[in-house]
Design a protein around this ligand. Structure first.
Ligand code: UDP
Length: 328
């Protein structure tokens, strides 16, 4: 297949394009490099530095590209920032996706895999989370992703778009060969922050909330390895029927608490990693982990990394060898 990938220079996108290239697909990455890294883009892929809001460039690229499918990663994805700058999120995520869909429709491209999120569930009524639970996001980021899912459903009905929304839980880890990994600025995510303490780049990790109604009082999340996200995107695009909207939770099904994660990182790095109980971070649901039954049975996808230790080991190899990320 010839696949157009928005946001392919970002963390999840860059791992997914490697998987597509390995499987022999042609890949054109479209990324404005506002958060992504040129160095993260596989040399077998073509990189077009462009903005999704640039209607003329997008139109030209899709007209000339003969694409069979689109993978749509490009988005702003910081919950706190979305609360402070909601209109920026609605423009960057919703309006740009609208333009992408209009342009796909114009050029007859009818397959899409969309990077959605468990944040569309908000505070779920129970865990593990199944796809039929109500989607009631609690921040603008989650609401923008849910609005895009609605557009995809409506386009499937109206003009035969085939779309899969992959609702990821917490993307984690790095390429097993250590070539690419996580590099955000600023870094807000737990695993890289914990590993930066082990590297001596920060003094301690703050545990955001120790009084949650969870077994050890800290938040529980489902950390899914980027290599597994890569394989699931490839399978989703290869199996995408036209005219059908599908949605899947993408997680391991294992809940890991912040305290447990820090303990695993201590074991992997051999560093004591001082941790300080701190106030809750606004908007954090206590417990989020997936019921991955639907994706396992429908797409026959099995995550290779179900043990959190192996995911942290991959992340540690990357951060040790790239202490300044791609600038190292
Ligand atoms: N977290 C923490 N300290 C940090 C960063 C994150 O305790 O310095 C917690 C955060 O409150 C959440 C979990 O770790 O419960 C995962 O946070 P992350 O930002 O990695 O992902 P999120 O679940 O928000 O998408």
């Amino acid at each position: 297949m010839n696949i157009f990938v928005t946001g392919g220079a970002g963390y999840v996108g860059s791992h997914c394009i490697r998987g597509l290239c390995d499987a022999g697909h042609g890949v054109v990455v479209y990324d404005n490099l506002s958060a992504g890294h040129r160095e993260a883009v596989d040399s077998r892929a073509v990189l077009i530095v462009g903005d999704l809001a640039d209607a003329a460039l997008l139109d030209k690229t899709l007209r000339e590209g003969s694409f069979d499918a689109v993978m749509h990663f490009a988005a702003s994805a910081e919950v706190g920032e979305s609360v402070a700058k909601p209109l920026f999120y609605y423009r960057n995520n919703v309006a740009n996706s609208l333009l992408l869909l209009e342009t796909m429709h114009k050029h007859g491209i009818k397959r899409l895999v969309f990077s959605s999120t468990c944040a569309t569930y908000g505070m779920p009524p129970a865990v593990p989370i199944t796809e039929d639970m109500p989607q009631v996001p609690i921040n603008p980021y989650g609401r923008t992703k849910l609005a895009i899912e609605w557009m995809l459903r409506d386009c499937a009905t109206a003009w035969g778009l085939g779309a899969t929304a992959l609702r990821y839980f917490n993307a984690a880890g790095a390429a097993p060969d250590g070539e690419i990994g996580e590099d955000h600025d600023p870094e807000s995510h737990l695993i890289p922050r914990v590993l930066k303490v082990a590297l001596g780049e920060s003094k301690e990790i703050r545990i955001f909330g120790v009084d949650y109604p969870t077994p050890d009082g800290s938040c529980v999340r489902d950390y899914v390895h980027v290599a597994d996200l890569s394989s699931v995107h490839r399978i989703a695009v290869e199996t995408q029927p036209e005219g059908q909207f599908r949605c899947f939770n993408v997680g391991t099904g294992q809940g890991v608490s912040v305290k447990e994660l820090i303990e695993v990182a201590r074991e992997v790095t051999g560093h004591e990693i001082p941790a300080t109980p701190s106030p809750r971070r606004e908007g954090d649901p206590p417990e989020l982990y997936a019921d991955p039954t639907l994706i396992r049975t429908t797409l026959e996808w099995e995550p290779r990394y179900v043990d959190i230790k192996s995911t942290v080991e991959c992340a540690w190899e990357w951060h040790k060898s790239h202490p300044e990320g791609f600038a190292s």
